[in-house]
Design a protein around this ligand. Structure first.
Ligand code: 5GP
Length: 120
């Protein structure tokens, strides 16, 4: 897959407000936060979309959630609650093609998460 801006963040080629790192994942604050707390947890391995996750990626994808929960504990919002969501492709609202878990916290989240008038 072609390199995205997130690879540049992993390689420290562009700056980011990094809040967590281990051997498999990196977490940093979103540049355009949609909640009082909004960070992204990304695998160091570049995977373009959910559709591109392979069986051998199950550990790293599970690790995204373990890291999110660890950071939630560290930052003190685990019990209050939060949303962890991954967008996929155009209709999912994905804009950066390197999978990332959005973690949003610090206010109650609405559901459904869209504002249109589509009837399903
Ligand atoms: P998506 O729309 O793909 O689900 O989410 C991409 C997210 O990446 C957006 O929330 C956007 O604000 C964030 N983002 C895009 N470019 C950068 C960047 O250079 N730095 C940081 N910290 N976040 C970024």
């Amino acid at each position: 897959m072609s390199e995205t801006i997130f690879t540049k963040i992993i390689n420290r080629e562009i700056p980011a407000d990094i809040i967590y790192e281990d051997d498999l994942v990196l977490a940093f604050n979103d540049i355009n936060p949609q909640a009082p707390t909004h960070f992204l947890v990304i695998p160091k391995k570049p995977i373009a979309t959910i559709n591109d996750i392979k069986s051998e990626d199950r550990e790293v994808v599970g690790h995204l959630y373990l890291a999110a929960a660890k950071i939630a504990q560290q930052q003190g919002f685990a019990q209050q609650g939060y949303r962890a969501v991954m967008n996929c492709n155009e209709y999912g609202g994905q804009t950066v093609y390197h999978i990332h878990l959005h973690v949003l916290a610090g206010k109650p989240m609405g559901w459904p998460p869209y504002q249109d008038t589509l009837k399903v």
